[in-house]
Ligand binder design. Structure first.
Ligand code: HEM
Length: 146
């Protein structure tokens, strides 16, 4: 993947503005609500039965933070995303058996969390850089699926 300087700058700007404590939980919560069949992977998380239960579920928050941590790491290693996410691809494919279509769905809800948070500073070029970043992430996470 070739990254233009503007794309690198846009991705670091987003990475700086993301709140690791909060935004991942919000995105994961949105995923679980909007696509309720994704809840099947999180049967150990307790109640996810409605919007309030999901938003108040500390396991969702903690897990969202882990997911964002991995994305943050990828954002800081743009030239080696595939290698950076190799082990996570293996885990999601061979241990967790997560349908890789859900990575795209996570990207979709995460972009909404970002747009809501960043408002008018989430310009078309910033969104374009983010979409490219996530396409590379999804491809890397899908790598170990055979
Ligand atoms: C675990 C990252 C998407 C389901 C994890 C972990 C990370 C992670 C860092 C912890 C791994 C560990 O503890 O060794 C990501 C990233 C994603 C993503 C970067 C980007 C899109 C998803 C999606 C699903 C999913 C969309 C399901 C719909 C799971 C499950 C676990 C897990 C079930 C294990 C949870 C547990 O029991 O602790 N993921 N994930 N992940 N992920 Fe993902």
């Amino acid at each position: 993947v070739h990254w233009k300087e503007e794309e690198r700058a846009a991705i670091s700007a987003i990475a700086e503005k993301v709140d690791l404590e909060h935004d991942g939980g919000e995105a994961l919560g949105r995923l679980l609500f909007v696509y309720p069949w994704t809840q099947r992977y999180f049967s150990s998380f307790g109640s996810l039965s409605n919007e309030v239960a999901i938003a108040g579920n500390s396991k969702v928050q903690a897990h969202g933070k882990k997911v964002l941590g991995a994305l943050h790491h990828a954002a800081h290693n743009l030239d080696s995303i595939k290698a950076t996410l190799h082990d996570l691809s293996d885990t999601h494919a061979n241990k967790l058996h997560v349908d890789p279509e859900n990575f795209r769905r996570f990207a979709e809800v995460f972009v909404i969390v970002l747009a809501t948070k960043l408002g008018s500073s989430f310009t078309p070029p910033i969104q374009a850089a983010f979409e490219k970043f996530f396409a590379v992430v999804v491809d890397a996470l899908g790598h170990e699926y055979h």
